[in-house]
Write a protein that binds this ligand. Structure first.
Ligand SMILES: C[S@@+](CC[C@H](N)C(=O)[O-])C[C@H]1O[C@@H](n2cnc3c(N)ncnc32)[C@H](O)[C@@H]1O
Length: 241
């Protein structure tokens, strides 16, 4: 069986042989089959095999994430990154989450760290709706300010001690905006999907190019997960001076 349990829903990649057996798995009450994930908004195609609807509450790392598995993607492969980031956020930081989704990073930071403020920007109204629900579910109303819109158009200038760019595709096209948002001395967490041979060369170079002469200190480069054959999802932490 290739699949994952999100809340009480088993999300499968292939047609199952025996649905009754799968329903004996702990926590599983509903089953869906996942198709392709489409577009920059990352919307999955889903067929319901058992159950009436596809909304659930997933628990991870002492956080609650309400989502609809038919509308929103949940990446198990990003779990370690969702745990790493709250550990490095320092007291009193201002964080800008440029691709907030349902709060994948913003919620664990609000729950486990002690930031002054998190601005969580999300362009997809459905994800934004769940982001707002998750802020309430995790009692983070005083810390997270959700913003519906395009992170390139939001007027935040030199406000962030830390900028999260948790999106892959054409992420480099958003580096200009991140450079405007970050404070001098702030850190950008830049994600990219990169062919193996370039995986630790191209992302730092793109950050250096976008910095246009500002000093860049590469703090860390790590593979988050394999994205497709020969292509890796990589994150680079860079301090912008
Ligand atoms: C796939 S999610 C991030 C996944 C997350 N990193 C994780 O741990 O699973 C990326 C989000 O960025 C949003 N997005 C895409 N373009 C955007 C833009 N220009 N401004 C703000 N949000 C955007 C998408 O709607 C999506 O919800």
């Amino acid at each position: 069986m290739r699949g994952k349990v999100i809340g009480d829903i088993l999300v499968l990649k292939n047609e199952p042989d025996n649905v009754d057996e799968l329903l004996k798995l702990p926590e599983v009450k509903r089953i869906v089959k996942l198709g392709r994930i489409n577009g920059s908004k990352r919307e999955p195609e889903v067929e319901i095999l058992v159950g009436d609807d596809t909304e659930t509450i997933h628990r991870e790392n002492h956080c609650f994430f309400k989502l609809d598995v038919a509308k929103i993607m949940w990446s198990k492969g990003n779990t370690t990154e969702r745990q790493r980031i709250p550990k490095i956020v320092k007291n009193g930081e201002t964080v800008v989450d440029m691709f907030a989704g349902i709060g994948y990073f913003s919620i664990p930071i609000a729950v486990h760290s002690n930031p002054e403020k998190i601005y969580s920007i999300e362009i997809n109204p459905i994800s934004y709706g769940y982001l707002k629900d998750n802020i309430t579910l995790n009692k983070a109303e005083d810390i997270i300010k959700p913003i519906l819109g395009d992170c390139r158009k939001v007027a935040l200038k030199e406000v962030a001690d830390r900028v999260l760019m948790g999106y892959i595709g054409n992420t480099h096209e958003f580096l200009d905006a991140a450079m405007q948002i970050v404070k001098p001395g702030g850190i950008i967490h830049y994600h990219e999907s990169v062919p193996d041979l370039l995986k630790f060369k191209r992302p730092p170079q793109r950050i250096i190019d976008a910095a246009e002469g500002r000093g860049v200190e590469i703090l860390k480069k790590r593979v988050i997960k394999k994205y497709s054959p020969g292509v890796y999802h990589v994150v680079v932490d860079a301090k912008i001076n």
